[in-house]
Design a protein around this ligand. Structure first.
Ligand SMILES: Nc1ncnc2c1ncn2[C@@H]1O[C@H](COP(=O)(O)OP(=O)(O)OP(=O)(O)O)[C@@H](O)[C@H]1O
Ligand SMILES: [Mg+2]
Length: 502
């Protein structure tokens, strides 16, 4: 494998992908930050608007209340009665306290009550300036928000009026009306001086506060707060986007890496195939040359009339015939292989008697078998039916198995051929006690041009197409070929052909 070009290809893909990832990530972050900024600005605007509206409404409410109170104060007749009747109608007021400048509590008339104590605190809180200038404002006393204002008594003296609002009523009558109409994906809430929510447009659990704004007039120490419901903040959506982007990029990288790996595999296969093809050409040429030179040598010897002995002459003729037979087999194999490769191989399926076909095929090898001292055992099951097959093709496949068995046997020269029916299959098996095939090679030997490691096959020439041809033939018959082999013990190849047409 050439590491250079593939390394370069890897770089050419991985570098742009990494840059893309970095740029994508940075721009996503930028986008996220600016979205968040924009969102916060919008939230602050929204809160300011709500605060303005709330301030206006509260002011109005206070004016109305204080106006009513002033009227009640100035009304002729019993002051306490007038105040009581006003209080009865003002549902927004929880309690009322009136104090004169000297600190005397004018209302309620029983100063020992909590309201009376409150009055004492109020007088302490409110400075002389307020008495002189008048007006109204909120004062916080012991966690209570008190609306305080300077009013006038019937006698013309200033009176400090203090109203404690009924928050429940205020929420129902004022806040809901003023803020309920605000439509926004965010939640508008009002919090008191201690940051406790007094009112909110929707439940606040798990919501994030995004902005807080004081009321513009500084009248009240309530504030408007804007909340973001859980899971809807722009930060979440940015996080989601980043996750989607990262996942997509990860997938992309996986695909790219898988593509590179696949390409490298194909490249490696291609170069191996090129090597195998070169071997094939060398092997075939050699295989053609050997029988040809034998034929030529024996032919020339006979032609020159050097052989006078008739027995030797006969022997020479046999050698010539055998070698030319081998040559034809070889050429037939290669031609058939090229026909298969070109998709031009045709099969004529005809019912065929199996036994004669097997006997004839082995017969053709009788000379090399006898010469090399092979023990041949043939067992054919009786009563085999005729089987639909292309007789020439099956004979050729079987011949290839026998040829291999001869070629790859070294010490124990014994071949056993068996023919039998097993279920719907006709089994033709050829077993030898030769060099055997390592397990990891047993699948690959059926590939074209493939030959087991050179050391094993050294000295045994071959083109490496024999078993590829065998596999093609059996598959054309809708059968298969199996191998059972152990290195050093021998091999058994079995052809499985269907007994009848499928
Ligand atoms: N009976 C066997 N015993 C041991 N090895 C075998 C046997 N049959 C096949 N092989 C191994 O499988 C390889 C492929 O066999 P195949 O018949 O396809 O090619 P070949 O015999 O080398 O060449 P040819 O095309 O001339 O038959 C052989 O090179 C050999 O290594
Ligand atoms: Mg072979």
């Amino acid at each position: 494998m050439r590491a250079g070009p593939s390394g370069l290809a890897l770089l050419a893909i991985v570098v742009p992908a990494t840059i893309l990832a970095a740029v994508g990530y940075v721009s996503l972050r930028q986008w996220g930050l600016s979205t968040e900024l924009l969102f916060r600005e919008q939230a602050r605007d929204m809160a300011a608007m709500a605060a303005g509206k709330l301030d206006m409404v509260m002011r109005q409410t206070d004016y109305q209340l204080l106006g009513g109170l002033q009227t009640a104060l100035l009304a002729p007749g019993d002051r306490a009665r007038a105040l009581e009747s006003w209080l009865g109608g003002a549902s927004l007021v929880r309690s009322l306290v009136l104090v004169d400048r000297a600190g005397r509590v004018l209302y309620p008339e029983t100063p020992e009550t909590p309201d009376g104590l409150l009055a004492a605190r109020l007088v302490a809180e409110v400075g002389a300036e307020f008495w002189d200038l008048g007006g109204h404002r909120d004062v916080v006393v012991d966690d209570l928000v008190v609306v305080t204002a300077i009013l006038r008594s019937r006698e013309g003296a200033p009176v400090l009026g203090a109203l404690v609002r009924d928050v429940g009523e205020l929420r129902r009558q004022v806040l809901e009306k003023a803020l309920g109409g605000l439509q926004a994906p965010t939640i508008v809430a009002v919090v008191d001086h201690a940051d406790r929510p007094i009112y909110s447009g929707a439940p606040l659990d798990r919501a994030d506060r995004v902005a807080t704004v004081s009321l513009p007039g500084g009248l009240s120490n309530w504030r408007v707060a804007l909340y973001q419901p859980a899971g809807t903040s722009p930060r979440d959506s940015v996080r989601r986007q980043v996750m989607i982007f990262t996942t997509a990029l990860g997938l992309l990288l996986v695909v790219i890496v898988a593509g590179i790996v696949a390409t490298l595999r194909v490249m490696r296969r291609e170069s191996e195939m090129a090597r195998l093809k070169a071997d094939f050409v060398a092997n075939v040429s050699h295989d053609l040359k050997t029988p040809l030179s034998v034929i030529r040598m024996f032919g020339e010897t006979l032609e020159m009339g050097r052989v006078t002995d008739e027995v030797t002459r006969q022997e020479y003729y046999r050698v010539i015939t055998r070698e030319s037979e081998r040559l034809s087999r070889l050429i037939e194999n290669v031609l058939d292989f090229s026909r298969i490769e070109g998709g031009r191989r045709r099969y004529d399926m005809l019912p065929t008697a199996v036994e004669p076909l097997v006997r004839e095929t082995i017969e053709a090898f009788s000379y090399p078998l006898a010469q090399q001292g092979f023990k041949v055992e043939l067992s054919v099951a009786p009563d085999l039916p005729e089987v639909p097959m292309d007789a020439d093709a099956v004979a050729q496949a079987l011949a290839n198995l026998v040829d291999n068995a001869i070629k790859y046997s070294v010490e124990r020269k014994a071949i056993a051929v068996a023919v039998l029916a097993e279920g719907p299959w006709l089994c033709l098996s050829v077993a030898d006690q030769g060099i055997g095939i390592p397990r990891q090679e047993q699948e690959r030997i059926f590939e074209k041009f493939y030959r087991v490691g050179r050391s094993e096959t050294q000295g045994r020439r071959g083109s490496g197409v024999g078993l590829a041809l065998v596999r093609h033939v059996v598959e054309a018959h809708r059968g298969r070929v199996t191998v059972d082999s152990r290195p050093g013990a021998g091999s058994r190849f079995t052809l499985w052909l269907p007994l009848a047409h499928a």
